[in-house]
Design a protein around this ligand. Structure first.
Ligand code: ADP
Ligand code: MG
Length: 701
């Protein structure tokens, strides 16, 4: 194995040392020269000019000055809260202010020494000052002063306080490039470089860090973005192709009695065209001999459950077992109840397995799974625990995928010798470009049509002061026989205050809606599972008209008679969560309402979220706005494992480039599926290096 000097540890770079190296590990995840080179500037500033103090006359503009520092004073007693000082050149002096790292500041600047200051001027009381400017000793031989454009790098306060500002980082980049320029390898095949008209990789690195003009920045950016998207697509496509080519699974060749009988005699409603199409798509996979790995997207209420049931019946028709896994106990229980109800007297043996299944019952289930007498198992995470062994699991369905990680999906793989077909169902709409990268290894089916007769939910935004009217509205709806959800945010970081808010809200409701005329149930994550289920059941049975809850009800609960969803402190929820919550109503034939309650104080983002919710019911539109507000990292509520973090590419904005690189990668794989041709040697090495540590997506089963 060749030694790759780009893997030299960053502490060996001149001027870094162990302490700064540690900061670089911690704050930027930089360990090697290579890592450092991959931290790109997020913008550039023109440092060709050196200004004079007398020229500082604009708020929020960057200036570069050369002068001396004096009059350092701590302000505030007994504990200093800030340090001020004066920066002086031959045209005047200007105030400097620091709020952090005060000790260090007070002892670091020597009188009479000339410093270079770089920073944004801010106006305060009609005077200008610099808050936390970058400062370093002036060295007339400093290569960075007077050179055209300088990159601005991500740094943290901690780094700045330890002499690791953006300027220092720029210097480190320059040092690394001076030493390593010649050995930066090309990793794209020359045919691709030619065809795409890209600059060589080493020039791209040089120009992105040390550009002399804007054209160089553009060329470098284009090249590096292309490369990053290209390798990602290569990886996703390889995983997909490998699965298609090599992962054999059971052939579900027959449509038999279970499916037909259900379809002809038990189907509770005609399927929508979208449901029919999706079932066809799934059937094609199941008959192909290759393992199905399909994502079923469908907005809340679009009717995914019946699709799941019918696909499971196909498994049964072909002599296999099937399972359906849900993220919460309530949901699993509800799925189980729905399936039982829809199957009526059909001779299907199914069971429910959750964390609270009793040991004796559990034993019976384990037994039935092993000898094959149990055909369908519904449950929670309990399904993927060690003791659960299937006789012949042919199909695994996972509901509400965003709650499960990739690793959990992979566990089904271990349950049987031949990997089962897998269907992942999600109500979280995923914008197209994201779908291509996050789920690039899955095939996608969509239910893009709601069952007929649904009235779109009416959404309004009201303020806290409107509570009285809100109460009257609730009473009116309850009189009409409807039920109402009242949901409170529960955020981990402020769990205590959130619980208090819920408790107070609950007590206020008890006063406004006294028993025995009204009954209110409460449901939150701190209840024991059996208590949660009990409360939930009261609502399902219409024993309670109002349910006060935290987001435990977010996912999948189905109470068609509920027609009002009141979301308290709605501005604290993300858009996708709000949309999920709204999906709990509008499931029956009645007009339903979603009421977003906030106080008048709100962030701009919060206002946009409220407005978006009031203006559209379309999950995809909402997902697009969500993506814009939050960026790709957080879509879907919780961070998923397997999330793609990009260095320079932008999953949100590079849609066209993503599609293009996918096509180029696909062509390359057609020519050289195993990347073994000599012209792809460096590409393959780089590929292996890039993805050595990440989870193997082809193992998702
Ligand atoms: P989700 O996709 O959110 O899981 P569900 O499967 O829970 O949606 O379905 C929502 C509601 O719509 C259920 O009450 C279900 O019985 C009903 N439903 C599903 N498909 C149809 C259909 N084709 N026609 C009428 N109602 C349907
Ligand atoms: Mg559902």
């Amino acid at each position: 194995m060749e030694v790759n000097l780009l893997h030299t540890r960053i502490e060996y770079l001149k001027g870094v040392g162990t302490r700064r190296a540690e900061l670089l590990h911690k704050e930027l995840n930089v360990y090697t020269y290579q890592d450092m080179l991959n931290r790109f500037p997020f913008r550039y500033i023109d440092k060709s000019k050196i200004h004079k103090v007398s020229q500082v006359n604009d708020d929020m503009v960057y200036y570069q000055l050369i002068g001396t520092i004096s009059d350092l004073k701590s302000i505030g007693a007994p504990r200093a809260t800030r340090v001020t000082g004066r920066f002086t050149d031959d045209t005047g002096s200007i105030e400097l202010v620091w709020f952090k790292g005060l000790k260090w500041i007070k002892t670091s600047f020597k009188p009479g020494v000339r410093y270079v200051l770089f920073g944004k001027a801010s106006e305060f009381n009609h005077r200008y000052n610099f808050v936390h400017p970058e400062i370093e000793e002036y060295n007339p031989d400093d290569p960075l002063i007077g050179e055209g454009l300088q990159g601005v790098y991500l740094t943290t306060e901690k780094m700045k306080n330890n002499g690791l500002g953006t300027r220092q980082i720029a210097k480190m980049q320059k040092l690394i490039l001076q030493q390593m320029f010649d050995i930066i390898p090309e990793v794209l095949p020359s045919s691709v470089i030619r065809q795409e008209n890209l600059i060589a990789r080493r020039y791209a690195y040089y120009q992105i860090h040390l550009p002399s003009n804007n054209i160089e920045i553009q060329q470098a950016t284009r090249r590096l973005k292309f490369e990053e998207h290209f390798f990602l697509q290569l990886k996703l496509l390889r995983a997909k192709k490998r699965r298609e080519n090599t992962v054999k699974s059971h052939v579900f060749g027959v449509v038999g009695d279970y499916f037909n009988r259900f379809y002809n005699d038990y189907l509770p409603f005609p399927l929508t065209n979208a449901q029919k199409r999706v079932i066809r798509e799934i059937r094609r996979d199941l008959g192909s001999g290759h393992q199905m790995n399909r994502l079923l997207q469908g907005d809340v209420g679009s009717g995914k459950t019946i699709v799941a049931l019918m696909v499971m019946l196909l498994a049964l028709d072909n002599g296999f077992q099937a399972c359906l896994m849900a993220p919460t106990e309530i949901l699993a229980t509800q799925h189980y109840a729905t399936l039982k109800e829809q199957l009526k007297d059909m001779p299907v043996r199914l069971a429910l397995l959750t964390g609270s299944t009793k040991t004796t019952e559990r034993r019976v289930i384990h037994h039935g799974l092993k000898d094959g007498s149990l055909q369908i198992l519904v449950g929670t995470h309990a399904l993927i625990e060690k003791g659960v062994v299937f006789n012949n699991l042919g199909l695994a369905i996972i509901d509400e995928q965003h709650r499960f990680g990739v690793e959990q999906r992979a566990k089904f793989w271990e349950k049987t010798e031949v990997p089962p077909h897998t269907l992942v169902m999600t109500a979280t709409p995923i914008p197209r470009t994201l779908a291509m990268t996050q789920y690039g290894e899955l095939d996608v089916s969509k239910i893009d049509e709601l069952p007929p007769g649904r009235k779109p939910v009416k959404t309004v935004h009201v303020y806290q002061d409107d509570r009285y009217r809100l109460m009257l509205f609730m009473k009116h709806q309850i009189e009409l026989g409807r039920q109402v959800y009242v949901v409170y945010p529960l955020i981990k970081e402020s769990e205590k205050t959130d619980m208090i808010a819920l408790q107070e809200g609950y007590e206020a409701l008890l006063r406004d809606f006294p028993e025995p005329q009204y009954r209110i149930c409460v449901c939150h994550g701190q209840l024991k599972p059996e208590d949660k289920d009990f409360e939930m059941q009261r609502f399902i049975d219409r024993d309670a008209q109002i349910m006060v809850a935290t987001t435990v009800i977010e996912v999948g609960v189905n109470v068609p008679n509920a027609s009002v969803m009141i979301i308290e402190n709605a501005n604290r929820f993300g858009l996708s969560q709000l949309h999920q919550l709204r999906g709990r109503v509008g499931r029956g034939a009645d007009q339903s309402y979603c009421i977003l309650v906030t106080d008048h104080k709100m962030t701009d983002d919060g206002r946009i979220r409220m407005k978006t919710m009031c203006s559209t019911n379309d999950g995809f539109e909402i997902a697009e706005v969500d993506l814009e507000l939050r960026g790709p990292g957080e879509t879907g509520g919780t961070r998923q494992s397997g999330q793609v973090a990009m260095l320079i590419g932008d999953l949100q904005k590079d849609g066209e480039l993503i599609q293009h690189t996918r096509a180029v990668a696909s062509d390359l794989l057609d020519e050289d599926p195993y990347l073994i041709k000599p012209e792809n040697r460096l590409l393959h090495e780089h590929y292996k290096e890039l993805f050595a540590q990440t989870f193997d997506w082809s193992q998702i089963g």
